[in-house]
Design a protein around this ligand. Structure first.
Ligand code: FES
Length: 291
């Protein structure tokens, strides 16, 4: 699973979790212990209300105030004592249990709110990362490896092999007379390089991942770990590897600069592929084994 798929799955999961958190916040909880009063508490509250119910026939607050003003007028200066019998309901302290429920609600909602904020932040970061331009210049992106002429000279100097460490790849010449067979055997993404006479092979052995070195004497690649062998263009010749060496597409600028697209790994050719017909040109560096 590549990084893009992981990011898409993460965003989808974040959206689902965010929706759940939103619905949980929006929904009025009527679950006992998470905001609801017990039946006993409800009964007690009802009984207390019936004891403190104000007589519907009693005076309203405005009427009581008017009576007080009238009483003050009747004594002349407005210092008349105000009656304690206001008819207002007495203050009762808040119910401890109800306050406890409110605290639970507060912590529940604070927890869910923080979780939703975290998920939202993660989603936003993933989205930005998803939109960020593909990196260039390092392995996993497009790696410039020099000018075409320099690579050709490097292959001569390297006795047939040019190693590009930043791209973790070998670049070798692809024979022009093998191009028709290559068109049938290889991905179209490799053809720009092959048509220019080059192929880039990933250094990682498709058997168990060791770095595959060149063997100058045989002019093959020969893996020292378990003896897999590949010809100069990475087609499997022996050993336990399940296929040929993997490849990277090559790109060429109009100015002659060569770039290896290490973000695109093209799986090696199937066992039996032999487009160049190149046999070992000298002694092998390692003995092939079939374990
Ligand atoms: S890792 Fe190369 S042959 Fe096993």
């Amino acid at each position: 699973m590549n990084a893009t798929a992981v990011i898409i799955i993460a965003i989808a999961a974040a959206v689902v979790l965010g929706a759940l958190a939103f619905l949980t916040l929006a929904r009025r909880s009527d679950v006992r212990g998470a905001g609801a009063l017990s039946a006993e508490t409800v009964r007690r509250d009802a009984a207390a209300r019936s004891e403190t119910t104000v007589d519907v026939g009693a005076s309203s607050g405005a009427e009581v105030e008017a009576e007080a003003v009238e009483a003050r007028r009747s004594v002349g200066v407005g210092l008349a004592p105000v009656s304690d019998d206001t008819g207002l309901a007495p203050w009762t302290p808040p119910d401890e249990e109800a306050m406890g429920v409110s605290r639970r609600q507060f912590f529940n909602r604070a927890t869910i709110g923080l979780m939703a904020a975290g998920i939202g932040t993660f989603s936003a970061a993933s989205f930005v990362a998803f939109l960020w331009p593909t990196k260039t210049g390092g392995f996993g992106g497009k790696v410039p490896v020099g000018r075409l002429d320099d690579i050709r000279a490097g292959i001569r100097t390297g006795n047939g092999f040019f190693y590009a460490p930043e791209a973790r790849a070998w670049i070798t010449e692809y024979p022009a007379d093998a191009i028709p067979k290559a068109e049938e055997a290889y991905s179209a993404s490799l053809m720009p390089g092959i048509n220019q006479g080059f192929i880039a092979s990933y250094q990682k052995c498709p058997h168990l991942g060791c770095r595959v070195p060149e063997c100058v004497s045989s002019q093959w690649f020969e893996c020292g770990c378990h003896g897999s062998q590949y010809n100069r263009v990475g087609e499997k010749k022996g050993g336990p590897a399940p296929r040929g060496m993997d490849h990277f597409p090559l790109e060429f600028s109009s100015a002659g600069e060569v770039t290896v697209d290490t973000g695109t790994i093209v799986q090696g050719s199937a066992i039996g592929t032999n487009t160049t017909g190149q046999e070992a040109e000298g002694p092998h560096c390692v003995g092939a084994s079939d374990h």
